[in-house]
Design a protein around this ligand. Structure first.
Ligand code: ADP
Ligand code: ADP
Ligand code: ZN
Length: 220
């Protein structure tokens, strides 16, 4: 196995990708790169990328491929990603997957594994409906399934900034699920054909999903 590893977490909104990503990334010694988090950070800083992404995000639509790909290309060039990356929420379309393959090829790398978070719509809706997100560090909590130790306060960074994401309102969630089905689902066949897809049962409890991910990464 090569010393760098580039791993993708693929799956519908609310499947639990972000929840698993930060711990998995530190275990692997690679940065957790979440395009949703990068857009929200750009928006907080009122950058041109953040302002242009906002209109799409609010409506639950995917941001245009070129904008996302430019942002990821810049991120992969940072020093901490020289050891690999854990990509969360990217790629989400076939053109993004093709662009990523080009970016990695130029670095002498490739997509090593794609971990698909498989969960039913009812589970996704239930998870998104109770999701609380830290506005400072983007960590996700859940009113029932993963409550913070102190109400409203982030366990991870200690800030009192837990809030419901504006795109977790019902209309935007419906649009995100539709975008997922029409544009992201085709990636399953793409990565199955490439031989790197592994299916994770994301319906299970957080700790069980965590060990399933470790098993999928250890196996050939
Ligand atoms: P979730 O975790 O619920 O799937 P994300 O935080 O990953 O949501 O994404 C929030 C929004 O950011 C998306 O609805 C979309 O507007 C935008 N976004 C994030 N990643 C991408 C991407 N790879 N391509 C296009 N848009 C994206
Ligand atoms: P994604 O990044 O795929 O959109 P998140 O990691 O933000 O998903 O998780 C969505 C919501 O579901 C959050 O409120 C999170 O606390 C909760 N959650 C994540 N994984 C699980 C799980 N295995 N069981 C129950 N709730 C979960
Ligand atoms: Zn936080």
């Amino acid at each position: 196995m090569s010393s760098t590893q580039d791993i993708i977490l693929l799956g519908p909104p609310g499947a639990g990708k972000g929840t698993q990503a930060s711990r998995l990334a530190s275990r692997l010694g690679v940065p957790h790169i979440s395009t949703g988090d990068l857009f929200r950070q750009n928006l907080r800083e009122q950058t041109p990328v953040g302002l242009m992404a906002k209109g799409f995000m609010d409506r639950g639509l995917l941001v245009p491929d070129e904008v996302v790909c430019d942002m990821v290309r810049d991120r992969l060039e940072l020093e901490d990603a020289s050891s690999g990356s854990l990509l969360d929420g990217f790629p989400r379309t076939i053109p993004q997957a093709q662009a990523l393959e080009g970016m990695l090829r130029r670095l002498g790398r490739r997509v090593d594994r794609v971990l698909f978070f498989d969960a039913q719509d009812a589970t996704l809706v239930e998870r998104i409906a109770g999701r609380l997100t830290c506005s400072a560090c983007s960590a996700a909590f859940h009113t029932t399934f993963a409550p913070p130790k102190v109400a409203g306060v982030c366990d991870k960074c200690g800030k009192a900034g837990l809030a419901v994401r504006s795109d977790d309102a019902e209309a935007a969630v419906r649009a995100r699920l539709a975008e997922y089905r029409s544009k992201t689902q085709p990636l399953l066949a793409h990565y199955t054909e490439a031989g790197c897809l592994r299916v994770i049962n994301a319906e299970q409890a957080i700790a069980t999903v965590e060990s399933a991910l470790a098993t999928a990464l250890a196996a050939n």
